[in-house]
Design a protein around this ligand. Structure first.
Ligand SMILES: C[S@@+](CC[C@H](N)C(=O)[O-])C[C@H]1O[C@@H](n2cnc3c(N)ncnc32)[C@H](O)[C@@H]1O
Length: 183
């Protein structure tokens, strides 16, 4: 059973799940199955089709978008559309580097309450961050924002594979951020 910060989920929440299809949503979408208002985004059309037709067929309200997450985020930003929870699982490929290095705000700006982002040990090593306060400080400083707290780090596996040929140690984590309201 995958580990996920399901304690943040209220079934009335609006939810945006980015990068959620490779394992048919087993590590993230599955935890939202009681929610009605869910948008799922991935570039793997065949996996999204399987999820749509089989895995979550009882939820007709779920919207599946086969498109690059950054195009989708750009549209939502232009529309000022936000979600109570945004969850993104980018640890494969170089996507997690892009998110932590340059594009974090594009995702954070689309959430009202919580942002859940995966991170491999590579990210923690690169930024020398291991504890919640370090992660909060790094994001605040790098992106010049105040209204964010890292509230949890959940280890979901011990090993991960970047290429599916070279397994790395150190694990994959869910990093949970809370958006604080600005007074
Ligand atoms: C670690 S897998 C996610 C697995 C997923 N959480 C699950 O449980 O099935 C990373 C995902 O990111 C997707 N992805 C990579 N680049 C993307 C992009 N630019 N836009 C949207 N999805 C992307 C991949 O297709 C893959 O499904």
């Amino acid at each position: 059973m995958a580990l996920y910060p399901s304690y943040i989920i209220d079934i009335s929440d609006s939810v945006l799940l980015l990068c959620c299809a490779a394992f048919l949503g087993k590590s993230d979408a599955e935890f939202y199955r009681e929610c009605d208002n869910v948008v799922l985004v991935d570039i793997l059309e065949d996996k999204l089709e399987v999820m749509k037709n089989k895995t979550y067929s009882t939820k007709k309200t779920w919207e599946y978008i086969n498109r690059c997450m950054f195009d989708v985020l750009k549209n939502y930003t232009e529309q000022n559309r936000k979600f109570d929870i945004v969850s993104v699982d980018p640890w494969t490929g170089n996507l997690e580097q892009r998110i932590y290095d340059t594009d974090f705000l594009k995702i954070f700006n689309c959430t009202n309450k919580y942002l859940v982002v995966s991170a491999s040990q590579d990210i923690f090593g690169k930024y020398n961050i291991n504890i919640k306060q370090d992660i909060t400080d790094m994001i605040k400083e790098k992106y010049k924002i105040d209204n964010i707290d890292c509230i949890d780090i959940i280890k979901r596996s011990d090993y991960y594979s970047e290429t599916w040929e070279h397994t790395k140690v150190g694990g994959v984590y869910w990093v949970v951020f809370e958006k604080k309201s600005v007074i």
